[in-house]
Design a protein. Structure first.
Length: 128
């Protein structure tokens, strides 16, 4: 049971940079349906300083089906989920690295790609 005094909740609003392929059965380690997408969030501070942050969103089963059928690059979506982190061995440098992903629980399409006005297209460099 979870500690009543702790919460793992992530809410992101951003534009899709990449939608991966839907993996089924053998394609995912657990045999479940899996899809990963990249999501860009954009912050602007006083003085005009800007920062774009890329997030990897992991969708399982029903969410993966929804994402593969309805989501496309450039759409603005709202993602509610949990933060997940994994340690992995770095092959070239030795040592360990840390991968942080958002496990989606709910995805809402806020606007279609054609609905955007006065916003930037997500950059083409994808984090995965």
């Amino acid at each position: 049971m979870a500690d009543a005094g702790s919460v793992n909740l992530v809410i992101l609003l951003g534009r899709i940079g990449n939608v991966g392929d839907l993996l089924k059965g053998k394609g995912s380690a657990s045999g479940k349906r899996l899809l990963k997408l990249s999501l860009a969030t954009h912050e602007v501070w006083r003085g005009g300083k800007e920062k774009k942050e890329w997030h990897t969103v992991v969708c399982w089963n029903r969410q993966a089906d929804f994402a593969s059928q309805y989501l496309e690059v450039g759409q603005m979506i709202l993602v509610k989920g949990k933060l997940r982190s994994y340690l992995f061995a770095k092959t070239n440098e030795g040592g360990k690295g840390k991968l942080i992903e958002i496990e989606a629980e709910a995805i809402t399409i806020v606007s279609r790609k054609s609905d955007k006005a006065n916003t930037e297209e997500p950059e083409s460099e994808e984090p995965f």
